[in-house]
Design a binder for this molecule. Structure first.
Ligand code: NAP
Length: 329
């Protein structure tokens, strides 16, 4: 196919959490026929969640995370969104207003006038021995997913933020005892969350400690801890360890293309979803340090869709052939 015949998409969306699917819904309704590179495990972190009770519109107990994502995906598809259930492997983003961007999926290249980055975030790992080996065999990153496997068994939560408190309170409904292990004596979590956790009878705090190894074969049996103040070590007998130490934005494929902050989040301009590349927008947990909610991700996906729509309306396009000749992206 010659470059002049190469189809150029209006919008390619990379990622498929609430931000990606909401961007798909809005751009589909604007007749832009978005192409969504949704990954193999589409749906983002909500696929690992059970009840979602704080997404508006689902009274009477909320909705299961995977069901919510299936609905979002289907709703965008009804209006013409198209999906590639594969991973984006490379981005080549133009620097020119009206330029053509490339989204690579293995050997396939998709050309686009606008790109919406919505790759989300993943659970941060401790990086200690046994963590990977015992993943799914006692070590978990999602109490809401896995707490029920530890009914009447002792567990630990690692972390001192709001996520750790929330997970600990939930986990305590199942476990015989939950120990919150945190590396400092002060908590990053809001006072109200720490107070709530302190009120739970079968929940204890152990500070300032950090895990140095998870052990057991074939299932997790112990966690080795080091006191971060005096270096002393101790071991706890446990069946489950839940790690809630924050998230890592999945910005690696865009890292050399758009501005990324010290924590790996994509930087957007002002209140918009614009990145420093014309026609490239970013939304959801990829951008958001603070709120990280399904509803806020969906809201920013909507903003990115509108920003992309306005950009397409207002920016004269550079033909692909001209772009190929003139640009070195
Ligand atoms: P976070 O606030 O960044 O807290 C991460 C915690 O993990 C911190 O206590 C941190 O310790 C600890 N940590 C990080 N790396 C570690 C390591 N390598 N080893 C040991 N500990 C480590 O993350 P989050 O709790 O996921 O919360 C993220 C955002 O979502 C926050 O803005 C939070 O308020 C919000 N959120 C709100 C709610 C709610 O209000 N219901 C629920 C969940 C999340 P240090 O403190 O020592 O750095």
């Amino acid at each position: 196919m010659s470059t002049t015949e190469t189809p150029i998409e209006n919008v390619v969306i990379v990622g498929s959490g609430p931000a990606g699917y909401t961007a798909a819904l809005y751009t589909a309704r604007a007749d832009l026929r978005p192409l969504v590179v949704e990954g193999y495990l589409w749906g983002g972190l909500l696929q690992q969640t059970t009840e979602v009770e704080n997404y508006p519109g689902f009274p009477g107990g909320g909705i299961e995370g995977p069901a919510l994502m299936t609905k979002m995906r289907a709703q965008a598809e009804e209006f013409g969104a198209r999906y590639i259930t594969d991973e984006a492997t490379e981005l080549k983003l133009s620097d020119e207003p009206g330029g053509v961007h490339e989204v690579h999926v293995g050997d396939e290249v998709h050309y686009a006038r606008t790109v919406i980055l919505a790759m989300g975030a993943q659970h941060k790992k401790l990086g200690v021995p046994g963590e990977d080996e015992l993943g799914g065999r006692g070590v978990s990153y999602c109490a809401t997913c896995d707490a029920a496997f530890f009914k009447d068994k002792p567990t630990v939560i690692v972390g001192g933020g709001d996520s750790a408190m929330e997970e600990a309170i939930f986990l305590a409904k199942f476990s015989s005892k939950v120990v919150v292990v945190h590396r400092r004596d002060e908590f990053r979590a809001s006072a109200i969350m720490v107070d709530r956790a302190r009120e739970v009878a079968n929940l204890e705090f152990l500070t300032p400690y950090e895990p140095i190894a998870f052990e057991g074969d074939p299932q997790l049996q112990t966690v080795r801890l080091r006191n971060t103040a005096d270096g002393s070590e101790r071991t706890l007998d446990i069946n489950g360890a839940f790690i809630a130490i924050g998230h890592v934005p999945q910005s690696h494929i865009a890292a050399d293309q758009v501005e990324i902050d010290g924590d790996g989040y994509v930087v957007t301009q002002g209140k918009s979803t614009r990145t420093r590349r014309p026609g490239v927008f970013a939304a959801g947990d990829l951008v958001d340090h603070t709120y990280r909610q399904a509803i806020t991700a969906a809201g920013s996906g909507c903003q990115a869709a509108l920003d992309a729509e306005w950009y397409l309306r207002d920016t004269p396009s550079i033909p692909l052939a001209q772009k190929t000749a003139e640009s070195s992206v």
